[in-house]
Design a binder for this molecule. Sequence first.
Ligand code: FAD
Ligand code: NAD
Length: 462
Amino acid sequence: MTDLTCKLLIIGGGPGGYVCGIRAGQLGIDTVVVEQARAGGTCLNVGCIPSKALIHAADEFHKLSHYDGRSALGITAASSAIDLARTISWKDGIVARLTGGVEGLLKKAGTRLIMGQAEFLDGKTVQVTTDAAALRIVAENVVIATGSEAVELPFLPFGGNVISSTEALALDAVPERLVVVGGGYIGLEIGTAFAKLGAAVTIVEATSKILPQYDSALTRPVMASLEALGIKLLLDTKARSESDAGLIVETADGESIDLPADKILVTVGRRPRSQGAGIPGLSLDMDGHFIRIDETCRTSMRGVFAIGDVTGEPMLAHRAMAQGEMVAEILSGKKRVWDKTCIPAVCFTDPEIVTCGLSPEEAKTAGIETTSGQFPFTANGRAMSMEAESGFVRVVARKDNGRILGLQGAGTGISELASAFAIAIEMGARLDDIAAIIHAHPTLGEALHEACLKALGHSLHI
Ligand code: FAD
Ligand code: NAD
């Protein structure tokens, strides 16, 4: 067995691990990243990027199929068709460019990427099984960035027609009937895309609402769009078992329904990859299956850090990246702690939802007296000119001094306002700071300006 030593060993080359690797290399730390599958992890290969590519293709197709002579825009197009296999190969091309880019960036930073499966022998020693050989790496510091995987329902194991998001993002034909189990992020994003591609979609959600973590004002525009797309939504309904024709579900009043399905997409959450790779042998302090970390991403074992999905909610790529960057800087001797006020979250539904900071309800629970302002896209010229009038921007601010605590909204293209929302909150902006800033016209960003004016009691355009 060959031995290798390094100052920093990162297990997992997803957004957490690869960003940590790039930054550590830039800072002159002798770093090795070990990845068992493909650089870029879930996000680049089977998550964020592939799903957004599919959503874009579905939007384009859907738009075209509505230019059938009834469009108010006066556009009529000949009948549309989709070759999903080609769409998927276009998506694969984007993935290849990005994952190749990650490999190049690691190399440029002087960080070694080893393709193989890592397993802890102890807190400083890891065995890596590669195609060619087994390798033992001894490191001063280790970062666990092993990510997460789709939760499987015991009575509905993946295989055959029962698929996870990974298979859904690689189908070569649009299923005629798609049943989605779980009305959360993935179920709604992918379910909506397939409905736009022509599938008859049913979403089965165990609780009484979609995206249970968001308030009803934010999910209402999405509910309306699901209905307009003809997506059947069964709330308070649980998947029970596969049947010959599809899926048997049980409604709140105990009724059993057999839903015909060509594919059953199970999206009931993701679980941290903390039970393999010899991680249990380290006896780290845990929060359930998540590895417990402090505000510097240190675990309970000296020299062992953990970042990304394996450390808890929110399981988002940008949180993993920010943690990875921070850990690299700490290891280079910089004084850093996790001091973020907010982590923006975007759900790429139709329309999109963005949340950042505290909702009115969360502020109330925290005992903070707030004032709030909301501006609808029906009064925004840019939204009207894009046929995207559904949704709004909402601001939540402290009543005593107007400091902005939260920004949320729903709307087509509102994902691009997530940065503005986060900047306002992280920089401690007050309502009158945003009110005093010139927002370019005509843009969706004017809704942020107007929501703040509304909270101050002098909105201009409503
Ligand atoms: P991962 O990306 O899961 O990477 C972990 C890596 O570790 C993997 O490559 C794995 O192969 C490797 N690994 C594991 N064990 C070992 C081992 N023993 N040895 C070697 N390598 C190992 N988030 C967003 O912010 N925005 C989105 O729009 C979004 N969309 C998503 C859509 C889908 C369909 C899915 C599934 C997820 C989406 N996410 C999104 C979530 C996002 O992908 C994750 O939060 C992010 O990838 C987590 O990064 P990570 O580095 O912690 O883990
Ligand atoms: P989720 O937690 O968002 O949603 C799962 C849903 O499934 C919940 O609404 C839950 O009530 C429901 N559910 C659970 N068991 C069920 C059952 N037996 N029958 C019916 N419904 C059931 O999980 P997800 O959609 O799998 O996504 C996982 C994670 O991936 C997200 O939490 C998020 O962190 C990340 N993600 C983020 C994005 C984004 O940022 N745009 C996109 C996709 C995924």
